[in-house]
Design a protein around this ligand. Structure first.
Ligand code: WTA
Length: 651
């Protein structure tokens, strides 16, 4: 049985004005959605979206899992995020930007409108970008990254952001898969008071055959970069000549808004596709419900726009609801681990949203820092990306939140577009490290993968969503079969395939959901998804490597670290282990980027395999964790290999 965790009731004062004030209101919403699913979503869609033409049908499931929401409806997501606020919020701060070095910019909704329009005109008139074209964005955390996203949305181009920590090879693959004709980048930016570079990575990625015709370079750090004539253009120069208004393209509800590549358990990264109306509706509704942002609030999410959290909860969600969103270029521990708290004090931040890995770092390196600042403006604290451990949760709750703020442990994924299981800050009695309940309208259940039945408390099962929801993934770019196979293959309820997240979860006796982690070969490193298959493919590019198996291993700060078992080609042993480890990590750096570097590399004499040649990763995971092997290994091709590897790891 699971232990029943302590409960923290919502702050009474906060609850009085919260959008959802208690569990009865929550239940009433959830019941309404159960009773009339289409009515529930249809009425929110009508209320929340500024339609150019109204939709005629709420949900079409005739070709499930390829569903359609709000058919017939026409809108523009950039207009939803900007134009509709001009009548009431034109002078309100849309984006507050703080640079690594402490430089600041406040961009009002009216300024955002002009900046995005100019950007749209640039893409359209100078580069010939049209509706449906793919544009890759490889940018640091600067306001121009948000302008670029919204400019694409305004003209109907599909953006695909590649996180700035990915290598040239990773960028090249994503550009090729999306067949992008434009890349938007920057010379680089600043980190820990020093310039770092992005443009050289783009140059390398475009070396050789590429679909890319134009590269737009935002000059942020002013460092020297190479310019390829006829291909590369300075944003700072071109933007001066653009008209400040640009008509918003009229988009269908189901026109694609963006692609975002993410790791799966097998093969290359998948281009997760999100479409217009359903995505923006849920981005906005979850901002309102889960963060409960009010008109005068200042909201800060520390993610990077290169990940889904940055898409939904730095740019689209906050702007769709007309909020003030903070964007930060730097790292939370520079110049010291009080940086975020200093910013909370200075901007009077009301909602702060970050990842458990950041909380652990800030806790470890600056336990007493929060006490040095006035954090009384904080109302809601959020976490996302991986299970949070109770000590980190406790520190966040007490030292940062002063034991008066709700912690919303938001569970969701790139594919879900927005939160699906999360506390509501004014309603849900919270338990540490617990995602609590499905949000209203989300039919999320923990199912037994064999029977498709809902599991009993304490049993554990697969986290599934049994009905389509508006912001769900619409497809994997260019690979409809993989879409069906990846998400609708493993669990059937009442004989029908349902969406499976890839995560395990467990109910406690009060029905609270705790996410227990991935059930597949995906590792969660500092809240970033990494496919073991991808890391293995990278390591295999090293000429001395014969075989490799990669697993996750618990890591104090990162949540999970990457552990690789490598079998070298020559059986003469490893001449210089340190050099060999360096060489392997260099290959990873080149193929994927620093985020996939291994924490441990063991040069194994062989890998534990079944007689049919399948690598027994479960055994390797246990060895990495230092657990005793309890599985039967007698059926392995070479059982002795297990003992040998165990000895090496222990040494
Ligand atoms: C994990 C990030 C526990 C989970 C938004 C999921 C979580 C993966 C939580 C998605 C949470 C996310 N508690 N685990 N609150 N939130 N995860 O696509 O394994 O980068 O499948 O999206 O992160 O990662 P992704």
């Amino acid at each position: 049985m699971t232990e029943v965790k302590p409960v923290f009731k919502p702050n009474k004062e906060f609850a009085k004005t919260a959008r959802i004030k208690n569990m009865c209101e929550y239940q009433a919403l959830q019941d309404a959605a159960m009773e009339d699913y289409e009515g529930f979503w249809g009425s929110y869609a009508k209320e929340k979206i500024d339609w150019i033409e109204p939709f005629t049908n709420v949900l079409d499931e005739s070709n499930t899992p390829f569903v359609k929401w709000f058919e017939g409806g026409k809108l523009n997501v950039a207009a939803q995020c900007i134009d509709r606020h001009l009548s009431s919020r034109k002078n309100k701060a849309a984006i507050i930007f703080e640079g690594d070095r402490g430089d600041k910019q406040i961009i009002t909704y009216l300024e955002l409108y002009y900046n995005v329009n100019r950007f749209s005109n640039l893409l359209k008139n100078e580069f010939g970008v049209k509706k449906g074209d793919r544009v890759v964005i490889y940018m640091p955390m600067i306001p121009e990254a948000a302008y670029a996203m919204l400019a694409c949305a305004r003209i109907g181009a599909i953006h695909s952001i590649v996180f700035g920590g990915f290598s040239a090879e990773a960028l090249r693959d994503r550009i090729a898969d999306a067949d992008a004709k434009v890349v938007i980048t920057a010379d680089g930016a600043f980190r820990k008071d020093k310039p770092y570079m992005l443009k050289p990575v783009v140059d390398e990625a475009l070396n050789g055959e590429t679909p890319v015709q134009k590269v737009l370079v935002v000059e942020r750090n002013g460092e020297d970069v190479t310019w390829t004539a006829g291909r590369d253009y300075s944003y700072n120069e071109l933007i001066k000549h653009q008209a400040p208004t640009c008509d918003a393209e009229v988009m269908d509800a189901e026109d694609p808004l963006f692609l975002l590549y993410t790791s799966g358990s097998t093969g290359k990264p998948k281009g997760v596709q999100h479409n217009s109306a359903g995505y923006i509706l849920w981005a906005q509704m979850t901002m309102e419900w889960v963060f409960d942002v009010k008109e005068n609030d200042t909201y800060w999410c520390t993610a990077d726009v290169g990940w889904i959290t940055g898409h939904t909860y730095i740019v689209y969600g906050p702007l769709a609801m007309g909020a003030t969103t903070v964007m930060f270029e730097g790292v939370p521990t520079y110049p010291d681990a009080g940086r975020p708290w200093k910013m909370v004090e200075e901007y009077k931040i009301n909602q702060f949203y970050t990842a458990p890995t950041a909380i652990r770092v800030l806790h470890k390196s600056g336990e007493d820092e929060p006490a040095k600042y006035d954090l009384s403006s904080l109302k809601v604290l959020g976490t996302v990306g991986e299970p949070i451990d109770p000590p980190a949760w406790k520190w966040y709750y007490e030292a940062v939140g002063g034991s008066k703020c709700a912690i919303v442990d938001t569970y969701w994924q790139t594919e879900t577009g927005g939160h699906i299981v999360s506390p509501l800050p004014g309603a849900t009695p919270i338990k540490p490290a617990c995602a609590t309940f499905p949000l209203p309208g989300i039919m999320a259940e923990i199912l037994d993968p064999q029977t498709g039945e809902k599991v009993e408390a304490g049993e554990g099962g697969y986290m599934c969503v049994t009905r389509p929801w508006p912001s769900m993934i619409r497809g994997i770019w260019g690979d409809p079969e993989r879409f069906v196979k990846s998400y609708f293959g493993d669990v059937k309820k009442d004989g029908k395939p349902v969406y499976f997240t890839g995560d395990g979860a467990i109910y406690d006796t009060e029905g609270y959901i705790t996410i227990t982690g991935r059930t597949d070969d995906v590792i969660n490193v500092s809240g970033h998804r990494m496919g073991t298959a991808e890391v293995e493919a990278a390591i295999k590019k090293h000429p001395n490597v014969a075989e490799v198996a990669v697993v996750g291993k618990p890591h104090e700060i990162k949540g999970e670290g990457i552990f690789a078992y490598v079998v070298l080609k020559s059986d003469k042993g490893v001449a210089d282990e340190v050099e060999e480890v360096k060489a392997i990590n260099n290959v990873i750096k080149k193929e994927i980027g620093n985020i996939a570097l291994c924490d441990d590399i063991v040069f194994a004499p062989g890998l534990p395999k079944t007689r049919s040649g399948k690598i027994m990763r479960r055994i390797l995971r246990s060895i990495a964790k230092g657990e005793t092997i309890t599985q039967d290994i007698s059926t392995l091709e070479d059982p002795s290999v297990v003992e040998k590897i165990e000895k090496m790891v222990k040494a």
